[in-house]
Design a protein around this ligand. Structure first.
Ligand SMILES: [Fe+2]
Length: 392
């Protein structure tokens, strides 16, 4: 077998936040993620940051980190960016194998392998910089390691803490936005050994070439076939390159970065219903979406879906697929909107239920694209109507 990173999955994801209590409270109250660990006093003093860990889907930790010192990693990140994802942390079978693979490809190491031993257990990690502005990737090998991570102490038992009432199963994919995607997709290919999985491009001007306005994007998904980890990358598409919501994200984020994480669930309807009741805000599909859906489902041979269509429509859930396979998905509004604070940042969550379809909802992509634009571009009612019409 060709050499590879030996990735096995996500260990954790790490947000850098200005308001630790707010971010933790939101994820606890909305997603029912329960606290399992905190940074130790010693670590807080040494690194100038305070962290709380919630148990996310599967075995993945959701780390929230607030700077105590401006010169800390989180402090530096937040000088250049609003709140957002600063690290994706992956488990690997062999850190030696991962490091050899990365070194051969001139990956930008942030530090050499660090070792931590506790009660006979061993934790070994390294990290690399990425083209995603100040966000990094960390690689971790664990054996019999019983703490959450070095510098953390348990505040609850991971196995019995419960929570996650929506049964989020995993991170389905991570999506990043760049002005120029090739630096990132080639980084995935060259440094991480990922392969192309999927891609589309879309522009409103394709549907309405004489409109004199519009916006578009290109999207490529790269994946690691060994672990199944998938990263999507978007970039704006000309004409009207700088009108794209991708560009607006890059401006809001102070550079390219991680735009959304898709959480998979076996049953999306109750998730969306209850999150709506709980005050969470979602991107709304354009008005004609459900009128056009039966025809789109016929054209794509999606066939019957198991979930009641009246509930799908009532909850504003999006349907896509082809050849008797489908997926249901919906996009939450950005954290800055959930918090009512621009410093909350442009990161958001997608909720996805797969029924056999391995894609990313390119039909819905167009609907999403349009609905994101509705929130970002001040258009007259007539202009808005025209743009919605031009999609279908
Ligand atoms: Fe997505």
């Amino acid at each position: 077998m060709a050499p590879h990173l030996s990735l096995t999955g996500y260990h954790s994801i790490q947000f850098y936040v200005k308001d630790l209590e707010r971010a933790v409270r939101w994820h606890r109250e909305k997603f029912d993620f329960r606290e399992v660990a905190r940074s130790t006093k010693d670590s807080e003093k040494r690194h100038g940051m305070r962290s709380i860990v919630l148990r996310g889907p599967g075995q993945i930790g959701w780390i929230f980190t607030q700077p105590i010192e401006e010169a800390s990693t989180a402090g530096k990140y937040l000088k250049s960016h609003p709140e957002g994802l600063g690290f994706l942390n992956f488990e690997v079978k062999s850190i030696a194998q991962a490091c050899e693979f990365l070194a051969e490809r001139k990956a930008p190491f942030l530090y050499d392998i660090q070792e931590h031993r506790v009660d006979g257990g061993l934790w070994r990690e390294t990290a690399i910089a990425t083209p995603l502005s100040d966000a990094g990737f960390r690689f971790i090998e664990k054996s019999n390691y019983t703490c959450f991570a070095p510098g953390f102490e348990w505040t609850a038992d991971w196995n019995t803490v419960g929570g996650n009432k929506y049964q989020f199963e995993d991170i389905d994919h991570v999506t990043c936005n760049m002005r120029a995607m090739i630096g990132l997709t080639e980084f995935y290919r060259h440094c991480l050994g990922f392969e192309r999985y999927w891609g589309i491009d879309f522009h409103t001007a394709h549907h309405n070439p004489d409109g004199g306005t519009g916006s578009g994007l290109e999207s490529i998904v790269m994946w690691d076939p060994h672990s199944g980890i998938k990263f999507a990358t978007n970039q704006p598409l000309a004409p009207y390159f700088n009108n794209s919501q991708i560009q607006i994200y890059v401006e809001d984020n102070g550079g390219g970065g991680i735009q959304h994480i898709a959480l998979s669930t076996p049953e999306i309807i109750p998730v969306v219903r209850d999150l709506r009741k709980d005050g969470c805000r979602f991107l709304e599909a354009p008005g004609k979406y459900y009128e056009q859906l039966p025809k789109r489902m016929d054209d794509n041979k999606i066939g019957a879906i198991l979930e009641p269509m009246d509930q799908i429509r009532k909850q504003g859930i999006l349907v896509d697929g082809r050849d008797h396979k489908y997926l249901l998905q919906l996009f939450m509004k950005e954290m800055c909107e959930q918090f009512g604070d621009a410093k909350g940042g442009p990161f958001f969550y997608e909720i996805i239920q797969r029924a056999g379809d391995p894609g990313f909802g390119d039909g819905n992509f167009k609907a999403l694209f349009d609905s994101i634009e509705q929130g970002q571009v001040a258009l007259s009612r007539q202009e808005m109507r025209d743009r919605i019409d031009c999609l279908f």
